[in-house]
Design a protein around this ligand. Structure first.
Ligand SMILES: Cc1cc2nc3c(=O)[nH]c(=O)nc-3n(C[C@H](O)[C@H](O)[C@H](O)COP(=O)(O)OP(=O)(O)OC[C@H]3O[C@@H](n4cnc5c(N)ncnc54)[C@H](O)[C@@H]3O)c2cc1C
Length: 441
């Protein structure tokens, strides 16, 4: 096994740091088993690319990082079944799938995460008829606390609990995905008056108004415009051309990253400029239409660092939540420098999924790193909790196990399975003790 080292680890946003006593970098399943055995009597936390905003992966005991256990093991183009190693990044996975004419049915908006990290926290994109990344997983291979190597799939309680499992059930070493034939999207992005968006909210997000498969919108809290993104699956022959590389560079790298980052820095240093600058940011959004392979449309690079909190609601609660959020923002002492993002997903049956059992709308709020966020995040958490919201497991929220138990019908089953497979709490840390409760009752 390579590298059993110390060193400070920090998450993408820089808001969580930890110095594990040992970091295991396995190159095989046997190495994972050895790491589990070495951590006996202590704690072991699996970690991915560190893109969670919550301290899920943090530990001062043993950490295990599967970056060297990456790549596609098996790929069947007839069935679309693909077995992938846990440390594979979504970027590498998308490239490998595309090369074989396959794709993930839906994705979130970046591709830097590992597949195991993305699945473990319920990472999702948008699409009223589609689920998040975990709904595309049909089997898992795990190393449990006793060192045993297990395979589980639909119908196994371990699979239902561990799919969105927060790294609390064992170290996932492999995931079998149900992929779909590669597809092309026509992307239409344009600013629209926020009032119009809110008037036709449900039809817009479900695509019932124009047949789009994946709809989301961003809204700069001080602006009157929303940026609406509609992605529709089309025959490649009917797709508009991809964005020209120069335009892509100018719009994504210069405007959305460099210029927006500069604007955030100014607004953070001079809070009085934040409201007018926020209006500017909202008003410079320009319309664009292009076509491309799905993963190149779904994902972009995010270089401006932010902190995020995202909540999932029954879709019919969305309008009320947005009204309350719009009323909250002007009352805040500190200005909001980042847009709000609204997405949707279909109901699913993954025990710890934020969309478990209900068609879901997601509202994500963000704040620039280093800018005050406490009042904003707390105020929105109160709105969200009152509307039956379930927080994204990887994004900032204040709920504990007692509050989460009320929101997840299978929460007690999750805890029972966790006790069965990890009675000594090898895979826990203080954050997991908070959100799932201690292993021993
Ligand atoms: C810029 C940015 C954009 C984002 N966009 C989206 C989005 O569009 N949609 C969305 O839903 N979320 C989004 N997120 C959140 C992100 O997808 C999740 O937090 C995801 O879990 C991060 O994956 P990771 O590989 O970084 O895992 P980490 O954050 O390192 O770990 C996450 C969890 O996975 C567990 N884990 C990792 N590897 C294993 C393993 N091998 N076995 C068992 N458990 C494991 C860890 O223990 C931990 O509990 C975004 C985050 C950022 C920073």
């Amino acid at each position: 096994m390579l590298g059993v080292s110390r060193g400070t680890w920090r998450n993408w946003a820089g808001t969580v740091t930890a110095t594990p006593a040992r970091v295991h970098l396995p190159r095989s399943v046997d190495d994972v088993v050895a790491a589990v055995r070495a951590a006996r009597g202590s704690h072991l936390r699996p970690r991915g690319s560190g893109h969670s905003f919550t301290p899920l992966a943090a530990t001062d005991a043993h950490a295990i990082d599967l970056r060297h256990w990456a790549g596609v093991d098996t790929l069947d183009t007839t069935t679309g079944r693909v077995r992938v190693r846990a440390g594979t990044t979504l970027r590498a996975l998308n490239t490998a799938l595309d090369a074989h004419g396959l794709a993930m049915a839906n994705l979130g908006d970046i591709d830097a995460q590992t597949i195991s990290g993305a699945v473990a926290t319920g990472t999702h994109g948008t699409g009223a008829r589609l689920g998040g990344v975990a709904t595309q997983v049909v089997a898992l291979d795990l190393v449990l606390a006793d060192g045993s190597v297990v395979h589980c799939s639909a119908g196994d309680e371990l699979f239902e609990a561990a799919r969105i499992g927060l790294g609390a059930f064992g170290v996932v070493t492999g995931l079998t995905l149900q992929c779909v034939p590669a597809f092309t999207l026509r992307a239409v992005e344009r600013p629209e008056p926020l009032d119009d968006v809110l008037t036709g909210l449900d039809a817009l997000l479900t695509g019932d108004d124009d047949g789009a498969d994946h709809v989301e919108f961003y809204w700069f809290p001080y602006g009157s415009q929303a940026l609406v993104k509609r992605n529709t699956r089309v025959d490649p022959a009917d797709a508009p051309p991809p964005l020209h590389p120069v335009r892509r560079f100018l719009e994504y790298d210069v405007v959305e990253n460099a210029a927006f980052g500069a604007l955030c820095r100014v607004a953070r240093a001079l809070p009085r400029t934040a409201v007018p600058l926020g209006r500017v940011a909202g008003s410079v959004l320009s319309a664009r239409e292009y076509g491309d392979r799905s993963h190149r449309v779904f994902t972009t690079r995010r270089r401006v660092r932010f902190v995020e909190s995202e909540w999932a609601f029954p879709r019919d609660r969305l309008a009320g939540v947005l009204d309350d959020l719009r009323a909250l923002v002007p009352r805040l002492e500190h200005p909001v420098l980042f847009p709000v993002e609204v997405r949707v997903a279909a109901a699913d049956d993954v025990w710890l999924s934020t969309a478990y059992g209900r068609d879901t709308a997601y509202v994500a709020i963000h704040q620039y790193v280093g800018a005050p966020r406490e009042e904003y995040f707390t105020g929105f958490a109160e709105i969200a909790a009152a509307a039956g919201g379930r927080p994204h497991w990887g994004k900032v929220h204040p709920l504990d196990a007692a509050a989460l138990r009320e929101r997840y019908p299978r929460f007690d089953d999750v805890r029972r399975v966790r006790r069965d497979v990890d009675p000594g709490g090898l895979f826990t840390n203080p954050h997991l003790d908070r959100v799932l409760g201690p292993v021993a009752p």
